[in-house]
Design a protein around this ligand. Structure first.
Ligand code: 0WD
Ligand code: CA
Length: 421
């Protein structure tokens, strides 16, 4: 076939995954994920073939039983910087969008529906920003980021969004949504950027009106809970603009994987003596819990996502607004992340933090093993669907390439240029 012509041999004969050189785009210029089905697709059943050895296998199992071992080393995340996105989604290398947590009444009666029709500016979700904001932050802060000795490469194995890592942490327990991650090795760092799956795009484009409203409720809750400065009060008469964001950038290590990632933070405690990320507060809304069944589901499904998202950057607490069916917050509760494991421990068949972390650790090792070619235009497209193993395919100069030229050129401009495209 034509698009195998420029295929280059890989360094080892054990590379048995499919190799694509060029991808066809559909009429709208999107990458067509339906063309991703590889021909010589190897899907070894973990635990049932001699090729299950995790050190050589080209696939990775997500079965939770395989990850029930001791909790892996996860270093205390350290904030190395922050950035802001303004009402027009413009990047600023500072904390101007930081907001401050304001303690609410126990029974607040916030009307989350207020403003949906007339005071809501919604971010355009069809614009895919990929890692661009993080890359901009890296370029603006290169000097203060520790570089590897004798090179100007970053001293990180992985750069990504916190949200992508959250999806990895919850994968062994996920039964509904698969994911697609694009991975590129550039100057010894693996960059991980999400690609929207076909199913996710369909869902987004066909989202019913009630769903749009409920998404707004979450942002409206933030407005009721946050002030723009440490001594201010919330202004619920203002506009909700979801372009605006404050993002923390943290560094940490999961066993031998050095990570740099960024995540959006809702607000901070106004006490200036508590340093980030310990001062940060994650805000959530959830349906009011009225029955034991609802409580159990909350523990088994919602707390998993909340824990994974906040544990990663070291955000110590989630403040939840419980809403009735009409969108009125009837109570507010604080969930310290460190106490979540106690909350769920009497829940039969529940998720375990150690499984989430061990799977993620093994997944990152898997990426290091497969993504060997250091080239900014090569993408290892890693995909997963519930009940299946993680698989991948390789793409050169395709629509999946995501490291922008401005980043590649800026990073390549200082010595160590043998990897330049
Ligand atoms: O393009 C993409 N595929 C993604 C873009 C996926 C994930 C994130 N992003 C962007 C978001 O626009 C946002 O600026 O990255 C930033 C946040 O990154 P994150 O912290 O790594 O993402 P995550 O932990 O999934 O979400 C944190 C918050 C969400 O709060 P809740 O309480 O709902 O978890 O970021 C917001 C949201 O408030 N958020 C988004 N806002 C606009 N568009 C999006 C999104 N696609 N995803 C999360
Ligand atoms: Ca939130």
């Amino acid at each position: 076939m034509d698009h195998h012509r420029s295929r280059r041999p890989f360094s080892g004969s054990h590379h048995r995954q499919s190799v694509y050189t060029r991808d066809r785009n559909d009429r709208k210029g999107r990458c067509d994920n339906s063309l991703l089905r590889p021909r010589n697709h190897h899907q070894w059943q973990s635990g049932s073939t001699p090729e299950q050895n995790p050190l050589t296998s080209q696939t990775l199992s997500t079965r939770k039983e395989l990850y029930e071992r001791d909790f892996p080393l996860y270093k205390q995340p350290v904030e190395v910087g922050c950035f802001s996105l303004d009402a027009q989604r413009r990047f600023f290398n500072d904390g101007r969008q930081m907001r401050y947590y304001v303690e609410p009444d126990k029974n607040p009666n916030f009307d989350l529906r207020d403003g949906y029709e007339d005071r809501y500016v919604k971010r355009d979700e069809s614009v895919k920003e990929k890692l661009d904001h993080i890359l901009r932050w890296i370029l603006a802060n290169r000097l203060k980021l520790k570089s590897k000795a004798s090179s100007h490469a970053l001293d990180f194995d992985f750069v990504t969004w916190r949200g992508h890592l959250t999806k990895l942490l919850t994968t062994p327990y996920e039964t509904r949504d698969g994911w697609l991650l694009a991975v590129t090795k550039f100057k010894d760092t693996l960059y991980i950027s999400e690609v929207e799956t076909e199913a996710a795009r369909r869902d987004r484009e066909n989202r019913p009106e009630w769903n749009h409203k409920m998404m707004y409720w979450g942002y409206k809750f933030e407005q009721y809970m946050c002030a723009d400065n440490a001594h201010g009060l919330p202004d619920s008469s203002g506009v909700v603009n979801t372009n605006e964001a404050f993002c923390t950038v943290v560094q940490t290590r999961l066993t031998d994987h050095k990570l740099l990632f960024s995540g959006e933070v809702d607000c901070r405690d106004k006490d200036p003596s508590v340093p980030p990320p310990a001062c940060y507060v994650e805000l959530k809304t959830s349906a009011e819990i009225c029955t034991p069944k609802q409580r159990s589901n909350f523990h088994r499904f919602k707390l998993l996502k909340w824990w994974a998202q906040s544990f990663l950057p070291g955000v110590p607490r989630v403040v939840a607004g419980f809403r009735d069916r009409d969108g009125t917050v009837v109570s507010v509760d604080t969930f310290p992340i460190a106490k979540v494991s106690q909350l769920i421990k009497n829940e039969p068949n529940c998720w375990k933090p150690t499984v989430c972390m061990n799977f993620t650790c093994d997944f990152l090792s898997f990426l290091k093993r497969i993504a060997t070619e250091d080239n900014p235009s090569v993408v290892y497209l890693v995909s997963w669907e519930p009940l299946k193993d993680v698989t991948y395919s390789v793409h050169r100069d395709s629509c999946f390439s995501f490291l922008p030229l401005w980043y590649v050129e800026a990073m390549g401009s200082c010595q160590d240029s043998h990897h330049q495209p």
